[in-house]
Design a protein around this ligand. Structure first.
Ligand SMILES: C[S@@+](CC[C@H](N)C(=O)[O-])C[C@H]1O[C@@H](n2cnc3c(N)ncnc32)[C@H](O)[C@@H]1O
Length: 382
């Protein structure tokens, strides 16, 4: 009997993203004409018109972390149920004994209360499935598997899905070097989308570090798809994957890539080492050399009018507390005196520093970056 998986029957998928991004991801999926869009815990369930749409969403979405294609759902009070149900999947649809795989597990309010254990049950079932049928099994590769499989158990009900993105989509591929406190690529993108920055205005990051906000701004301004540099995708393992369709999707978006004039996006940092890192990272992106980078204390930056997106130092690692407070005060003065008629979006890893800016904020948005409970603030400078 021909077995159809959930994503094939219903064209239903799940987009994982940080909770703070849910509203913007929902908006993005509506714009893409997805259907049955439902916000869930740390992600959104949605339906596509065709399975091919999901290749496109993977290639172009800048806020989604991973997309899952659900295969089966079943009640999972214990190991036995997981094992038996996972054994029912025709695994050669996605894997061969020569390929590598890994399992991600997550749980909520269920009898099985250890995600590693849940993942282990799936791994055992897949290994036994291949061993029984072929006498050999695909091996596990946690770092860079060909296919990653997800089991999510909520209220004792399990969903087994393919991770069809592969590595998290925030890993765009341009970051070869990072600063000691880098902002995550999708958080940088989120900050830009809050405005929303479209590449028309001048943009400055006076604490640019390894250049993440500059890189994301460049990708928006030049219409470079977020997946442009990525070579490996989880959906390569789907039976629906078709190289020709994939090449067509890529060229449909790549042909809209546009140039940017030199100096429209500007970055500076007090550390030459950081500027060198930013240079290397930006070189990986088309038109990256059009970003003007200079080694400078922010106080030496000449008058600027436009949009400022930045992430000043915040941690004890990066400086002593009193010195840091003084620096943020000076930065506030710099904005007041030298950036009139500008708008600034500032990510504070330490929210206690916001008041030291001495400026009225239009909003303070809680966001997490690498486990740090930070805030994005917006400041209008008149
Ligand atoms: C939190 S990091 C920015 C990280 C950056 N967003 C990234 O993704 O790599 C803060 C940066 O501020 C720089 N910095 C510290 N004091 C500065 C100053 N007075 N003027 C300009 N940059 C400064 C540091 O060298 C550091 O690279």
């Amino acid at each position: 009997m021909f077995f159809m998986y959930i994503y094939q029957r219903e064209k239903r998928f799940f987009a994982k993203c940080p909770t703070e991004f849910l509203d913007l991801v929902e908006k993005e999926l509506i714009q893409r004409k997805c259907l049955s869009i439902k916000k869930r815990f740390r992600g959104i369930s949605f339906k596509c018109k065709s399975v091919e749409d999901i290749f496109e969403i993977n290639y172009t979405s800048s806020l989604i972390s991973k997309i899952y294609a659900p295969l089966i759902e079943f009640p999972a009070p214990g190991k036995k149920e997981i094992y038996e149900n996972v054994m029912k999947i025709k695994w050669e649809d996605f894997l061969t004994p020569q390929k590598t795989f890994s399992i991600e597990g997550s749980l909520s309010n269920s009898k099985i209360n250890n995600s590693h254990y849940a993942a282990l049950c799936v791994k055992d079932a897949i290994a036994d499935y291949f061993r029984k049928k072929y006498g050999k099994r695909p091996s596990v590769n946690k770092r860079d598997p060909d296919l990653s499989i997800n089991i999510f158990i909520e209220n004792n009900f399990a969903t087994v899905s393919l991770n069809i993105s592969g590595k998290s989509l925030h890993q765009r591929g341009y970051r070869k070097f990072s600063s000691s406190a880098p902002i995550q690529e999708n958080l940088a993108h989120f900050m830009l989308k809050l405005h929303p920055y479209k590449g028309k205005e001048r943009m400055l990051d006076p604490f640019c570090g390894s250049g993440t906000l500059l890189a994301e701004a460049l990708m928006i301004a030049c219409k470079i798809p977020s997946g442009y540099l990525r070579k490996k995708w989880g959906f390569f393992n789907m039976p629906e994957f078709n190289k020709k369709i994939w090449e067509n999707i890529k060229s449909k978006y790549n042909k809209h890539i546009t140039e940017i004039e030199y100096g429209k996006i500007v970055g500076s940092d007090i550390s030459m080492e950081e500027i060198e890192k930013a240079k290397v990272n930006l070189k990986n992106i088309p038109f990256g050399e059009r970003i003007k980078l200079t080694q400078k204390d922010f106080k030496e930056i000449p008058a600027f009018k436009g949009l400022i997106f930045t992430n000043p130092p915040y941690g004890i690692r990066m400086g002593k507390k009193e010195k840091l407070k003084e620096m943020i005060k000076d930065f506030g003065d710099f904005l007041k005196k030298k950036c009139t008629d500008s708008t600034a979006y500032i990510y504070f890893g330490n929210r206690e520093l916001i008041k030291d800016l001495g400026l009225k904020t239009s909003f303070k948005l809680p966001v997490k970056n690498g486990g740090i409970d930070g805030r994005i603030v917006k400041v209008e400078i008149y």
